[in-house]
Design a protein around this ligand. Structure first.
Ligand code: GLU
Length: 289
């Protein structure tokens, strides 16, 4: 569309058009590839032929992955990245089967085939790579603390000794505060439950990746604040079934292409960027084994 034609549209119509172009996933970078060819017998060929894929993601982490009541699909940076991968496999966004994963069931869900891929604030770790594959990273963040807005007693992880700190079972976050900072952990299944605990005053702090905590703060800016610098490095990867090297290479190539063609940046800007998270640098992916 020409600039003149755009100027000719009313401001509201132009804005609506711009929003559709951003949010609809119909821009060139995330266009669904209709003539994709993959090696016979590969997982990519299998997903492509099936025309669908099961994606495990978070349903309760605003900005990262959150599903509104009654919505068909979750929204957030992770679902956007999953749509970029699905598009390269020739799968339309509305053909993706979204499955809720919480931190503790990501490995078993990949191992038993409940999901094909995991995009769920899923840090790459050596321990996890013993049991599942993890491609990427596609984002790097770090663990921080969420406290009540009027609390001045906790300013960083060194103030956590003996404090009741809520985090999630099976996460790197709970391990770090317990093992390295002597906190008294309150384990829950999800971070949204932790936020409820903090709002009701039954815990002193919530801890996990800063990007996740900022999403909750944006929902409750009068009651919550994120404090202190990041005290870990969390490199988000795409989970897949262990030992599928062809799939790993495909996922890494797709991520690298998304860093190059602007679709990764766009996915970030529309989601975490909106929640006030600082724009990241494109990371370097790890080689596949
Ligand atoms: N990124 C960390 C992890 O994978 C914390 C966030 C989460 O639990 O999803 O354990």
């Amino acid at each position: 569309m020409s600039a003149r034609r755009l100027r000719g549209l009313g401001a509201a119509a132009a804005l609506a058009l711009a929003l559709t172009a951003c949010g609809g996933g119909d821009d060139a970078a995330t266009e669904v590839v209709t003539d994709a060819k993959f090696p016979a017998g590969s997982s990519m060929a299998k997903f492509n032929e099936a025309g669908t894929i099961k994606i495990g993601t978070k349903f309760d982490q605003p900005g990262i992955g959150a599903k509104k009541p009654g919505a068909d699909a979750p929204e957030g940076f992770d679902p956007e990245m999953a749509k970029i991968v699905a598009a390269k496999l020739g799968i339309e966004p509305d053909k993706i089967k979204w499955v809720e994963t919480v931190s503790d069931n990501r490995e078993p869900f990949l191992q038993n085939g409940t999901v094909d891929l995991v995009f769920a604030s899923y840090s790459i770790t050596d321990e996890r790579r013993q049991v599942v594959g993890q491609a990427g990273p596609y984002y790097v963040t770090g663990q921080q603390l969420l406290v009540a807005k009027d609390d001045d007693s906790i300013k960083g992880p060194d103030d956590l000794e003996g404090k009741k700190v809520c985090s999630v079972e099976g996460s790197t976050s709970i391990k770090t505060v317990e093992e390295e900072y002597g906190a008294n952990p309150a384990p829950f299944a999800t971070y949204s439950e932790c936020v409820q605990q903090l709002l009701s005053g039954s815990v002193d702090a919530v801890t996990t990746d800063g990007a996740i905590l900022l999403g909750y703060t944006a929902e409750n800016p009068d009651k919550l604040k994120v404090v202190g610098d990041a005290f870990s490095e969390e490199r988000y990867g795409i989970g897949f079934k262990k030992d599928d090297t062809k799939l790993c290479n495909f996922l890494n190539e797709t991520l690298e292409a998304s860093f190059e063609d602007g679709s990764w940046q766009e996915a970030f800007d529309q989601t975490l960027g909106e929640a006030g998270v600082e724009a990241p640098e494109a990371p370097t992916v790890d080689p596949c084994e």
